[in-house]
Design a protein around this ligand. Structure first.
Ligand code: NDP
Ligand code: HSE
Length: 449
């Protein structure tokens, strides 16, 4: 039986695990595919560093490897936009199957790759690009293709979840936890992609595209990372029975007089400790998918790391190899809907605001009036007596700490309220602002329905 011949681009955290699995499971893979899967070359930058893979396979001529006429499938685990975009376009135009974990490229220019794949009839698979080992994209693209998906939301970045978990459970410092996550192979080559939210932003774009049959790019996804999250934020969340998580939220927003739209956003948010996402720790990921007929589905597993990601790559490689052996092509994207993207300012969210104010009569009324001016409804107000040296019936002459949780309001109205709060003479400082999410459930931990 003619072998399916594979070129591997990159041999770092993920690539070396792909090499290991291809070697260790060669017989099983051949049986599953119906032909041997043969690794014919590995492109890297610094061959001398790769003493654990067969030396004769290594090359620095990545373009030469991609364009070798005997290559059937290109597996790309280099990362980044260029030169990878051109390499994958070459492969697809030549009709080679492509398997990639490169969410940055897919979220920036997935359309160009998909067009090249369609033009030549080549397969383009990218399960490993979102949520590591978790089978998520294939269920969205195939298993749920007959349903109407309304929301895909959860934790899709292992590095930031590792950092937030360590800060929450062990009181670890931000920097120390990031160094550990990098050491464990979870972080991107440039970890600012993780902590500034860009990695989750790319993943949200990919998820929203598949879920809502609409091309969503990274630029369409509102993004805030965790680099500004402090131990004080985590303590403030804990005080109200919540945990801070970096969430990616993709929703289909029903249109009132026009078409539905897509909301896609990434930010750190408080979620109640009772929510299943609150107990997703370390580099694990978890994603809820809600569909009209299926109801709620939860996908959970290792979201980063060499071996878990290589598992997803191998799954795709088997699918592409089977298609080559049997003839035909896997399911392609169906991006017919072209729904508009809702601006973040119009997206309904809920804020938890912690502020220091003058402790005197009338201040609360002024603050409540300001919320009312911006048409933001207050759900709960708490004054932290323990921190105040509170003297009944008198001003303490010091600042008082207020914690205000709002009802849902458009994000622009909430942001304008926070700006206006900062300008009030009565407000000594707005200390912390975090969004509150419960992904469709009542936020009962905060006393908010
Ligand atoms: P690494 O940085 O560990 O590995 C990158 C590899 O690419 C290295 O072997 C490097 O060679 C090689 N490389 C870089 N530039 C070139 C080039 N111009 N030509 C040839 N080879 C090159 O990255 P990861 O393995 O962590 O990630 C790879 C991809 O997988 C990225 O797209 C990432 O987003 C994605 N991914 C990663 C996950 C993870 O947990 N790490 C999980 C899911 C997806 P050399 O070693 O010689 O420098
Ligand atoms: N850096 C990514 C993460 C790798 O931490 O989730 C997995 O995509």
């Amino acid at each position: 039986m003619k072998a399916v011949r594979v070129a591997l681009l990159g041999c770092g955290t993920v690539g070396r695990e792909v090499v290991r699995l291809l070697d260790e499971q060669a017989d099983e893979l051949a049986a599953r595919v119906g032909a041997p899967v043969e690794l014919v070359g590995i492109a890297v930058r610094r061959p001398h560093k790769h003493t654990d893979v067969p030396a004769h396979l290594l090359t620095t001529d990545v373009s030469g490897l991609v364009n070798r006429p005997d290559v059937d499938v290109v597996v790309e685990v280099i990362g980044g936009i260029d030169p990878v975009r051109g390499l994958l376009l070459d492969a697809l135009k030549a009709g080679r199957g492509v398997v990639t974990a490169n969410k940055a490229l897919l979220a920036e220019d997935g359309a160009t790759l998909a067009e090249a794949a369609d033009a030549s009839g080549a397969d383009l698979y990218y399960e490993a690009s979102v949520a590591g080992a978790i089978p998520l994209l294939r269920p969205l693209r195939e298993s749920l293709a007959g349903d109407k998906i309304t929301r895909v939301a959860g934790i899709v970045n292992g590095t930031t979840n590792y950092i937030l978990s360590a800060m929450t459970a062990a009181g670890a410092g931000y920097r120390e936890a990031l160094d550990e996550a990098t050491e464990l192979g979870y972080a991107e080559a440039d970890p600012t992609a993780d902590v500034d939210g860009f990695d989750a932003q790319s993943k949200a774009a990919i998820l929203a595209s598949l879920a809502f049959h609409t091309r969503v790019t990274a630029a369409d996804v509102y993004c805030e990372g965790i680099s500004a999250v402090t131990a004080a934020d985590i303590a403030a969340a804990d005080a109200v029975g919540c945990t801070v998580k970096l969430l990616a939220i993709c929703e289909r927003v029903p249109g009132v007089d026009g078409p539905d739209s897509v909301s896609a956003r990434v930010y750190p948010a408080m979620i109640p400790n009772t929510h299943p996402l609150a107990s997703v720790d370390e580099a694990y990921n978890a994603v809820f998918v809600e569909a009209e007929a299926a109801g709620q589905l939860m996908f959970y597993g290792q979201g980063a790391g060499g071996a878990p990601t290589a598992s997803a790559i191998l799954g795709d490689l088997v699918a592409v190899a089977r298609n080559r052996v049997g003839g035909g092509r896997g399911a392609k994207e169906s991006l017919y809907a072209s729904l508009p993207v809702q601006p973040m300012g119009e997206t309904p969210t809920r804020y938890h605001i912690s502020l220091e104010v003058d402790d005197r009569a009338g201040v609360l009324a002024t603050i409540a009036g300001l919320f009312a001016q911006h048409r933001v409804s207050i759900a709960t107000v708490r004054q932290d007596l323990a921190a105040l040296d509170f003297v009944p019936g008198a001003s303490t002459g010091r600042g008082a700490r207020l914690v205000i949780v709002t009802h849902t309001a458009p994000d622009a109205a909430l942001a304008a309220t926070v700006t206006a709060l900062g300008e009030l003479d009565e407000v000594l400082g707005v200390d912390r602002v975090l969004r509150v999410e419960n992904l469709g459930r009542p936020v009962s931990a905060l006393g908010v329905a």
